[in-house]
Design a protein around this ligand. Structure first.
Ligand SMILES: Nc1ncnc2c1ncn2[C@@H]1O[C@H](COP(=O)(O)OP(=O)(O)OP(=O)(O)O)[C@@H](O)[C@H]1O
Ligand SMILES: [Mg+2]
Length: 322
């Protein structure tokens, strides 16, 4: 293992009793200090992979390291924070009591817990609810307390399984900010999510799992690079010179014309601007548009023959289908 990898997984397999093959040979590397997005449709194997890293379930086969120790090394988990999916906290505890309970399990002493809990309730926007019972919390509030629980022991690696599940748009933005803040402190974050648009601006790296196999892995920029296009929006009558420019499409809306060309076509874009300006037209917009993570996600599913699972609603709007 190289020292800059927080997680290295080689050839992970998991077949559950009954024969479900949740993981079918997954290999990936999460570098230290990164926010790594693990994406995939329902049932892809994301939670299974995270649970194997946390020793919650046994792999059928895995060769991998977590913070420099083989996967399964229990003592290393002290350095890892974990927010499980669908977690259920004791409803009769207040947020503060709950965090004291988990801190106690971590072996933290009371004064240390007290200081840390105040800090974390503040960080997760839950200070006003510190003395309220978890049973009365909304789903989003339970997620925030769950995040505080995951961060309690100051972990260097944080595994978050759908941290924004049930969280409203404002809360999601706050969680994104929180993840960036945690990253700025030098922590590594592996986050499972369906909400692709949300991960796109904060993840350095993503992996797309489909039916237990890795369909894609890389930086968002790398993965979407070959599907980029340029758009130039101009005013005036329909340009007569459009047919002379190879590969350029023109979409007309009233007196606006959107000229678009795929790939890295900067010289052609200059030519379009020169032609338009030469005719005294107004150039309203020049934009380089990349494939979105959502487009890439859908394309990965289509290429894997799993397009039925790729309903845009499920990909972008969270877990409505669950
Ligand atoms: N304990 C289990 N016993 C049997 N099958 C299981 C078990 N846990 C998960 N599976 C199956 O393994 C596959 C992968 O499940 P997993 O929960 O890892 O998917 P996921 O990518 O996290 O999905 P989601 O987005 O819905 O959370 C699914 O087919 C699921 O039904
Ligand atoms: Mg899951």
């Amino acid at each position: 293992m190289t020292s800059d990898a927080a997680i290295t997984i080689r050839d992970a397999h998991k077949t559950f009793k009954g024969g479900v093959q949740a993981l079918r040979g997954v290999s990936m590397t999460v570098n230290r200090g990164q926010i790594f997005g693990l994406l995939g449709p329902n049932g892809a194997g994301k939670s299974t992979l995270v649970k194997i890293l946390m020793t919650v379930i046994h792999p059928t086969l895995i060769d991998g390291d977590l913070l420099g120790k083989p996967v399964g090394h229990r003592a290393t988990l002290r350095r890892v924070g974990y927010l499980p999916e669908h977690h259920r906290f004791p409803v009769y505890l207040t947020a503060e009591q709950l965090l004291h309970y988990y801190g106690g399990l971590e072996g933290m002493r009371r004064p240390e817990r007290r200081a840390r809990i105040g800090e974390l309730l503040d960080l997760t926007g839950m200070s006003a609810w510190a003395r309220k019972k978890v049973g009365g919390f909304s789903k989003g509030m339970q997620q925030r307390v769950g995040l505080a629980q995951a961060l309690l022991h100051d972990p260097e690696l944080i595994l978050l399984d759908e941290p924004t599940d049930g969280v409203d748009p404002v809360g999601r933005r706050e969680i994104r900010q929180l993840l960036l803040h945690l990253q700025s402190q030098g922590r590594t974050i592996l986050v499972n999510s369906h909400i692709l648009a949300e991960l796109e601006p904060i993840c350095q790296q993503v992996a797309i799992l489909v039916k237990g196999k890795l369909a894609r892995e890389g930086t968002v920029a790398e993965l979407t690079a070959d599907r980029q296009r340029w758009e130039v929006e101009i005013d005036g009558p329909e340009p007569t010179w459009i047919d002379t420019l190879k590969g350029v499409d023109c979409r007309t809306e009233g007196t606006h014309h959107c000229l678009s060309i795929g790939g890295d076509a900067a010289p052609m874009v200059q030519q379009m601007i020169d032609l338009a300006r030469g005719e005294g037209r107004t150039v309203r917009r020049v934009e380089r548009i990349g494939e979105s993570l959502e487009d890439l996600f859908i394309r990965s599913l289509e290429e894997s023959g799993e397009a039925d699972a790729a309903t845009p609603g499920a990909a972008s709007a969270g877990k409505a289908g669950k």
